[in-house]
Ligand binder design. Structure first.
Ligand SMILES: [Zn+2]
Length: 205
């Protein structure tokens, strides 16, 4: 269950100078208040979406929402609203999401660079996460057991898993085949470009 909804808070109240109360005719007695409404998820503000305004006469206590404000009150009240920003805090959720997306993109780019470097300079013990069939959601592992110039000998893991994190689940020495086969750098590069080889990990650095 995800809790989400809307909430609001008072931002600012200011007098509307030069305005006579439409109800009691007192001069300079009307104040306008600006509120900020925001969407929240688990009570963390995500983003503001409206700024309701209310005006009230201090003398006769008559109050008006924006829809029913007499024109002489509405015009200066709307000017005050336009001059009032929603609190930055009401953007907190979107701000956090934007930061997480940036961090994710940076980490992804770093991982891609690392994968490329590991593929170009393979070492015994490197583990490749591979899709077992093209366009399939089944993953398994290949472990490098020998590096011979432009080729590597790998042993395939004998298990598959329907998740990308095959490494966490399958990397147990007992789960690898004893039969190795040879792959060239070119073949590995091609597999990577086709998305068949999705990750390269070097556990002992
Ligand atoms: Zn009044």
């Amino acid at each position: 269950m995800i809790f989400y909804g809307t909430n609001g808070s008072h931002v600012r109240t200011a007098p509307l100078p030069g305005v006579a109360c439409p109800n009691c005719s007192t001069m300079d007695s009307v104040n306008a208040s600006v509120f900020s409404r925001y969407a929240h998820i688990y009570w963390i503000p995500l983003f503001p979406y409206s700024k309701p305004i209310v005006a009230q006469c201090e003398h006769c206590q008559q109050a008006w929402e924006e829809k029913v404000m007499p024109a002489e009150v509405r015009e200066p009240a709307k000017a005050l609203k336009q001059d009032t920003r929603s609190p930055l805090l009401h953007w907190a959720g979107l701000g956090v999401i934007a930061v997480l997306i940036c961090v994710g993109a940076l980490m992804g780019a770093r991982n891609d660079r690392e994968d490329k470097a590991f593929l170009e300079n393979p070492r015994v013990g490197d583990i490749y996460t591979v899709r077992t069939k093209e366009d399939d959601k089944t993953y398994s592992l290949l472990k490098v057991v020998a590096v011979k110039g432009p080729t590597v000998d790998v042993v395939p893991n004998e298990y598959t898993i329907n998740q990308r994190n095959a490494l966490d689940e399958l990397n147990d020495p007992a789960k690898y085949s004893k039969e190795s086969f040879t792959l060239s750098q070119f073949e590995l590069k091609t597999m990577q470009n086709k998305g068949q080889l999705t990750d390269v990990d070097r556990l002992e650095k």
